[in-house]
Design a protein. Structure first.
Length: 447
């Protein structure tokens, strides 16, 4: 079934939902008893506070989703080339577990999901509260025409989620602001799961601000090449890496907060240039300013949350103004000859950060760069100023506890470039001591 080009026509094309979907939605969203299987199509399902619109197949025109409805993704839903999906503030989009509901934006399509702090846009599961888990539904995949370093200049996304790549660094796939995505990352083959949000060859023409990915089965955010920028990201309780990149990503990030659970978390950052040829161009070389990593030191929770930051497989990076604490083994690791070459030739720049509360703050190959001053003002063995609330799974607090801490002023931040994207900063880490930009729109349900 094809999605129509307007909400009124779209509602006429709603499919009948099954008993399991209706029951799941009722329990999850309203707490009422299940609706019988002979219920009329879910345009106005009793027990729900909004009409339910089931979306299948594709969007080919301009579609406007509004907060007065719930939108259920049944199977893979494609925003086709030339189409635009606009999602209004306060709208809930629900991935159907049984059909692995997934939203995929093709090259040339656009997704504009613009929420507010008071009314974020929420992507979630159809499973009832208390029974939700990582991998309930697919996730969000965005494909663009920005450069990647796969030979031939194009790639195909995991689980056949679209062709991506091209030669336009300013390509525009849309914009997102105040968006929360939770319980996604379905497994499509053994040990292969979808990311929460996959930016596949996405260009810098759009904007991505104030986005949380929570309880994803695989990586929270991953960039497959491209030039896309983002600010104010929260990656919480991911089942694998929180921030990941490969295939030549050259974007910019500022204000990134990571919270891990030890039951199934891996690296806060896992970064590659290209796994198959570490020196392919364009080389991955993002700029990241102001990041906080709250690992999970609690071994009763599980043995995961093993590493803070791992740069490998030829990536270059600028990494500034960071706090890393609570991971179980290594705080910062730079691995592999091609990756270390980027440090030695000055392409990779690291500085102004505190790493503490773990077995090995600096990997053996990384330590000489700190000791020699090549990575300036990186401190280990001192408290970076985060409270124990940083490790609270239900309500992590990323603020340093006092302006008198290292994070609050004794360790001067390195100012980012004055390039129209980065904001000037007065603190180390993702969140300042007074202004908690994560408040009011994020959430941390465990089930």
């Amino acid at each position: 079934m094809r999605a129509s080009t307007g909400v009124s026509r779209f509602m006429q094309n709603v499919r009948r939902t099954c008993l399991g979907l209706v029951a799941g939605l009722v329990l999850a969203l309203a707490g009422s008893a299940p609706v019988s299987s002979n219920q009329a199509p879910p345009v106005n399902v009793p027990g729900l506070d909004r009409p339910v619109i089931v979306v299948t197949d594709e969007i080919t025109g301009t579609e406007n989703w509004v907060a007065s409805n719930y939108y259920v993704l049944r199977g893979a839903v494609f925003v086709r080339e030339g189409a635009t999906l606009n999602i209004a503030a306060g709208t809930w989009v629900i991935g159907e577990a049984g059909s692995v509901g997934t939203l995929i934006v093709e090259r040339g399509g656009r997704l504009n999901a613009i929420g507010t702090r008071e009314q974020p846009i929420v992507f979630t599961t159809d499973q009832p509260a208390g029974q939700r888990s990582r991998g309930d539904w697919g996730g969000l995949i965005i494909n663009g025409r920005a450069p990647i370093n796969i030979p031939g200049g194009e790639g195909v996304g995991e689980a056949n989620t679209g062709v991506y790549g091209g030669n336009d660094p300013n390509d525009n796939s849309g914009s997102m602001r105040y968006v929360r995505l939770e319980f996604a990352g379905s497994e499509f083959s053994p040990d292969n799961e979808l990311n929460g949000i996959a930016f596949q060859g996405v260009g810098r023409g759009g904007s991505y601000d104030f986005i949380q990915v929570h309880m994803n089965r695989d990586d929270a955010f991953e960039w497959f090449g491209g030039t896309a920028d983002a600010t104010h990201l929260v990656a919480s309780n991911a089942g694998d890496d929180s921030i990941d990149w490969t295939f030549g990503w050259t974007g910019r990030l500022q204000f990134v907060a990571v919270h891990q659970r030890g039951d199934d978390g891996d690296n806060a950052i896992e970064a590659d240039n290209n796994e198959f040829n570490n020196d392919l161009l364009p080389r991955a070389n993002p700029q990241i300013y102001n990041m906080t990593v709250c690992g999970d030191p609690d071994r009763n929770e599980g043995a995961e949350s093993i590493r803070g930051v791992l740069f490998r497989r030829g990536t270059a990076v600028t990494f500034r103004n960071f706090l890393i604490t609570g991971v179980k083994t290594t705080g910062l690791q730079i691995d592999g000859g091609s990756t270390l070459t980027q440090v030695n030739n000055g392409t990779t720049q690291v500085g102004a950060g505190v790493i503490w509360g773990m077995t090995t703050p600096l990997h053996s190959a990384t330590r000489p760069f700190v000791e020699s001053g090549r990575f300036p003002n990186v401190r280990t063995g001192v408290d970076g100023g985060l409270s124990a609330a940083c490790f609270n799974h239900e309500a992590p607090d990323f603020r340093p506890v006092s302006v008198a801490t290292l994070a609050g002023g004794q360790l001067a931040p390195i100012q980012p470039p004055n390039d129209g994207f980065f904001a000037p900063v007065t603190f180390i880490g993702a969140v300042g001591p007074t202004d908690d930009w994560t408040a009011g729109w994020t959430a941390y349900p465990q089930r």
